[in-house]
Write a protein that binds this ligand. Sequence first.
Ligand code: CO
Length: 134
Amino acid sequence: MLGRLNHVAIAVRDAQKAAKIYGVAFGAEISDAVPLPEHGVITVFATLPNTKIEFIQPYGETSPIARFLERNADGGIHHICYEVPDIIAARDTLVREGARVLGDGEPKIGAHGKPVLFLHPKDFSGALVEIEQA
Ligand code: CO
């Protein structure tokens, strides 16, 4: 079952700089920058009452968002993240219904210390989808 919208992710060259306007102009709570080497990104979160904005900047030589930023020099919406109650059950159902899971298909630990998976944009109307176990 699909749960809450956990976050919308925006890829940028400098996550702290990008998040700053959300803090100073909107009064949003801004997190510290957290490197996620396994995902090749540094994340900064702006917390909203009903969801979060995740700013991601490349980290390391082989960041999965490097190419995205080559195509979108000013940054852009990169993915949306939905919560699911059981990520393995959700994955197995998605695969059975023909959706493609990126990577080796095994969940990795995401920015909130919870298991996440990414789903192929071609199976979701052109949007990269992340699912996170709530
Ligand atoms: Co995300």
